[in-house]
Design a protein. Structure first.
Length: 410
C-alpha cells in the first residue's frame, strides 16, 4: 500500500526563488506539450508519442534561445510534468470510452502562473535525499528545512514540493507501507452520516457536526469584503488574497484533523465498519449544498477505507438506494417517505425509532448481510437462464400483478 506523508517546509528566500523557477519551467513544459498535441490533432497528424514529445519540448527546446533557461532546473522535474500530462490524457480517454467510472473527466487544460496550487515532483532518478540533520536535499534547489511531525516508515519513492494559495510550502512523500493489523475486535458498527449530527453509530453514539465553515463565516466575510475593496493589481490586493487564502486553509486543516481523529477512533474500536454510499455531488446541489460540502463526507469515508485496509479491518459501502431511514430495524417494514423534520417515528410493530440510530442499525445489518461470507464468496445464487415455461408471458399476467400489489414482501 502506498501512502502520502505531508510535512511543512520552510525554504529560505533564495530557495523560494529556485522553487519558483522550477514551478515555472514545469508549467512551461506542460503547456508546450499540450499545445503541440493540440496542433497535431488540428493538422490531422498522428498522436504524438511520449518519446517524441519529450524530445521536442525538452531536449530540442533547451537548444533554443526562447527555452534555454530550462537547463536551470532538474530534468526530472520536466519529465514529471510530461508524465502529468500523459496521466491527464489517459484519464480523459478512459472517461470517453467508459472505462473510467464516475463523473466525466474534461480534457487537459493549460496551466497558469496564477493557479492557486503550484507543484513539482522528484523521483529517485533525481537523487533527492533526506539528510541526517533532517533537511531535504533537492537538486538545483538546496537543503530545505523540514518540520518533521512524525518519522517516515520507509524510504520514499518520490517527493512532491507544493506551494498552496496561502503561500505555504509542503513536501509530500510517497511511501510504500505494509499492513499493520490491529488486535481483533468483536464489534462492528454501521454509520449514518448527516448534517444535524456528523455521524451516528449503530451503538447509539452521536458525533456532533462541527460546522467549521459556518463558524468561520463571519471572519471569511470580512476578509472577502476587504479584498473586494482593493485595487486590482496592487500590492495590498495581493496581501488581501493571501490573508483570505490562509483563513480558508485554516478551515480546511481543522476539518481534516477532525476527520483523521474520528476515523482513527472508529477503525481502532471496531472490526468491521459499514457506511452508506452517498452521492455527495447530487446532495451538494440543493439549498443544503453549503452544509453538505462543509461536512466533507467523501473525505471522511475515504479515510475510513484506507485505514481499514492498512489495519486489517473490514470496510464496505451500502447501496445508496437502500431505504435505511424508512425501514424498521426491528421488523423490516418499509414506511412511506418522511420529511427531514421527522426525527423519530413509530412502526406498526410497536417499535419507536430515532431516525438516525435506526438508519445506522439498518446500514450495519445490510453490510453484514453482504459481507459475512468468507473471502468474498458469492452470497446470492448466480444468475441463470429461465426455462421456457417461466419465460413465456401468460395472458393473465396483468390481472395477477394487480391482485398482489398491496401485499408487502419482507
Amino acid at each position: 500500500m502506498q501512502l502520502r506523508y505531508n510535512y511543512r517546509v520552510k525554504p529560505t528566500p533564495g530557495q523560494q526563488i529556485a522553487l519558483a523557477r522550477a514551478f515555472g519551467c514545469a508549467r512551461v513544459v506542460f503547456n508546450d506539450a499540450l499545445r503541440a498535441r493540440q496542433e497535431a490533432r488540428e493538422a490531422g497528424l498522428p498522436y504524438l508519442s511520449d518519446g517524441e514529445l519529450s524530445k521536442q519540448v525538452i531536449t530540442q527546446a533547451k537548444g533554443t534561445l526562447e527555452r534555454v533557461w530550462l537547463s536551470e532546473v532538474s530534468a526530472v522535474v520536466l519529465q514529471q510534468a510530461l508524465a502529468d500530462l500523459n496521466v491527464a490524457y489517459r484519464n480523459f480517454f478512459a472517461s470517453l470510452s467508459g472505462k473510467r467510472k464516475g463523473r466525466k473527466v474534461a480534457p487537459p487544460r493549460f496551466r497558469s502562473r496564477k493557479d492557486n496550487r503550484q507543484a513539482i515532483r522528484f523521483t529517485k532518478n533525481a537523487r533527492f535525499k533526506v539528510l541526517d540533520n533532517g533537511r531535504l536535499r533537492l537538486p538545483k534547489i538546496g537543503d530545505l528545512p523540514v518540520r518533521w511531525s512524525r518519522r517516515l516508515p520507509a524510504d520514499p519513492s518520490s517527493v512532491t514540493v507544493i506551494k498552496d494559495a496561502a503561500g505555504r510550502y509542503f513536501a509530500s512523500f510517497v511511501v510504500q507501507v505494509t499492513e499493520d493489523p490491529l488486535p481483533s475486535s468483536d464489534s462492528a458498527v454501521g454509520i449514518d452520516l448527516g448534517l444535524t449530527h456528523f455521524a451516528v453509530l449503530s451503538d447509539g453514539t452521536k458525533v456532533a457536526a462541527p460546522r467549521f465553515l459556518r463558524q468561520a463565516a463571519r471572519r471569511l466575510g470580512k476578509l472577502q469584503k476587504a479584498l473586494s475593496r482593493k485595487t486590482k493589481g496592487s500590492n495590498r490586493r495581493r496581501k488581501a488574497v493571501v490573508a483570505l487564502a490562509r483563513a480558508h486553509a485554516r478551515v480546511a486543516d481543522t476539518r481534516r484533523d477532525f476527520h483523521h481523529k474520528l476515523s482513527t477512533t472508529i477503525i481502532r474500536d471496531n472490526q468491521a465498519v459499514y457506511v452508506e454510499d452517498l452521492c455527495v455531488a447530487g446532495l451538494g446541489r440543493p439549498r443544503l449544498a453549503k452544509s453538505v460540502h462543509d461536512a466533507g463526507w467523501a473525505s471522511f469515508t475515504s479515510m475510513l477505507e484506507y485505514k481499514a485496509a492498512r489495519y486489517g479491518r473490514t470496510f464496505a459501502r451500502v447501496d445508496r438506494f437502500f431505504p435505511s431511514t424508512r425501514m424498521c430495524s426491528g421488523c423490516g417494514r418499509i414506511s412511506d417517505k418522511m420529511d427531514l423534520s421527522i426525527r423519530s417515528w413509530d412502526c406498526l410493530c410497536g417499535s419507536r425509532h430515532d431516525r438516525d440510530i435506526n438508519a445506522a442499525k439498518n446500514v450495519l445489518a445490510a453490510g453484514q448481510a453482504d459481507n459475512s461470507n468468507d473471502r468474498g464468496a458469492r452470497v446470492r445464487p448466480a444468475a441463470v437462464l429461465a426455462s421456457r415455461s417461466e419465460a413465456v408471458t401468460h395472458p393473465d399476467a396483468a390481472w395477477f400483478t394487480r391482485s398482489v400489489e398491496e401485499i408487502s414482501f419482507l
